[in-house]
Design a protein around this ligand. Sequence first.
Ligand code: GLC
Length: 712
Amino acid sequence: MKFKDCNLSSIDEFIEQMTLEEKIGQLVQKTIGRTENLGQEKSINSDLFESIEAGRIGSILQSASEMFEEVMRAQDLALHKSRLGIPLFVNSDIIHGFGTIFPIPLASACSFNMELIKESAVLAAEEAASAGLCCTHSPMIDIARDPRWGRIAESCGEDPYLAGEIAKAYVCGFQGEEISPNTLLLATLKHYLGYGAAEGGRDYNTAEIGENTIRNFYLPPFQIGIESGAGGVMASFNTIDGIPMTANNKYLDDVLRKELKFSGIVLSDWTGIAELMGHGMAKSPEEAVFLAFGAGIDIDMVSDFYEKFLQNEISDGRVELSKLNAAVKRILSLKLRMNLVGRYEKQIALKSKPVVFTERARQLAKDLADESIVLLKNDNVLPLRAGTTLLLDGRWTHCRNFLGCWQSSAYKKHVESLDEMLSRRNFSVKDANKLSENEKLAAAAECEYIILTLGENENESGEAASKAVLSLSEEDQKLVSLYKSCGKKIVALIFSGRPLLLEKLCEDVGAVLMCWFPGHGNEAVADILTGEINPCAKICVSFPRREGQIPVYYNHLSTGRSAHGRETEKFVSRYLDCPNEPLFPFGFGLSYTQFEYGPVNLIRNQNDFFVVCQVKNTGKRCGKEIVQLYVRDCIACPVRPIKELKGFKKIFLEAGESVDVSFKIDRKLCAYYHAARFDADDGEFIFYIGDSSISENNIRLLLQGENFSLAR
Ligand code: GLC
């Protein structure tokens, strides 16, 4: 039976006729080759096509978009030359776009706009599918509280609720409401689990997280991603409590399979199986294979260990054939549900070409960037007055690559630079980059504004890009020091994939825009500077004042000696040399208008309860506001954070307009994992509705059963 004649009811019969080598082949993922993307010559793995024809490969991984011809050749071989005609999974890391690159995930998370994020996933899936791909290693939903960790750039920040909402948006955007022949891209939730808790923020490092913390902070986004129908999960490089995730039976089998009922496929991360030896868990490749397969890794990403050693583990009886058949069935079931045969037959027959980087795609990137760039400070400096003279200085003035990490696009520099964008908006732009210090100051004297472009290069964040020092570079600090006393309005634009230390900068300049890496939507920077767009983003990760505060995050526990309200006491939890609070807290972001929040009230409508608050635009221009709901469970075990995000609504108000914003509350919203169950305790809860995680606008309620009442 050829795969094209197989269906979900005949899949067992199909698997029975597969050879052991063909079965193991489905568990093998190889790269299709290297591309210029990594600054190297494009080269295709020489033995790849022969292995595909022999049925020894089940999925191929590409790291850039200009591999379309090779991908289609590989798929043609799999379908028409291999014995059974099983199509390949064609994977890539489509983290924030494929041909069209959207703002990095840490930026788009600041939009709190799930519709736009979902739309960006749909568009990325359309582009990728047109280029022959069908699986992405995305969304990355690791909770990230540590800006020393370069991969915070790929994350949705520090909050589980926001990360869960984003996971849902990406999974549904990539796959549709369920996995079907209409699914363009299979989503792979990563990195399971706790990767963002790497000690010291050092990539690939040990993670020490207790069960309750895992359950209440790190696992929830994955639970939501699975409930949303994600087809894949990727095991992370790190250990939890000394057990590498790639061989972690507890979390891969007991929790993921048995408790969360995940029926999709589990991939190792890049050479993760081989790294069990590096961890010191496996003394041989054979043992690494035994441990990884036994824990539940279905697909071996490029370590070749399954290809070389799994057959013996089965022949020698150490791995049961039935477990191999089950893994193969999970893989083939997804290929059937996506109808990969029909899809690729059509794509090969039509010789269709990739459709990427369209005007619609670029506009969506711009729309998302408009809502991802955060106004952190504005002492009446922005927006810029039209027609004025600007002095531009800093590394990003002429830069055209705003793509950040995971830039798989072939369109890296197909955008205007900042000076071109501002010149086109009728500003007179003076470029000071090549001037001497005296010439810079002389030029500044003739300008109304100084625009400084500061931060990191795109390769200073992302994978294997951890940093112990988060202050601005010497070069950037020198620029700020040079101009800070010249009596001009100074605007700092920060381009980076992580929060940087900005306390000193904020003392020296009048306005700070956190631009992150806006991708192909970089024109949003110019439109926000000119006021064409009113910034509305709010940070999804806390900005520390010092590295020494890290990890610093809003949803922390109280401790028995909270310094809150006891700042002058000695024996409380605080530093001698730095405030506890971050420079900018989770959920913070400014607008060109102002919003006022009324008191929080409780409303009952039959058996439903709501907390509601009036929000008014008291400024002079319309704008969007991200209204946030936080909850504190006052008495619990394990103890609960001082507050947790449990809802948000992005509203639009004309100047002077007000609206009642309500959030439905129920027992489930107050639940947490404790004593091996997920439920709420009766008792006192504080509900906050505000413009950031430090808002104190709240109401105290008593939860009894399913009912809420005012706490006395
Ligand atoms: C990398 C990353 C992972 C990615 C994989 C394939 O090491 O950890 O996120 O999907 O390799 O590129």
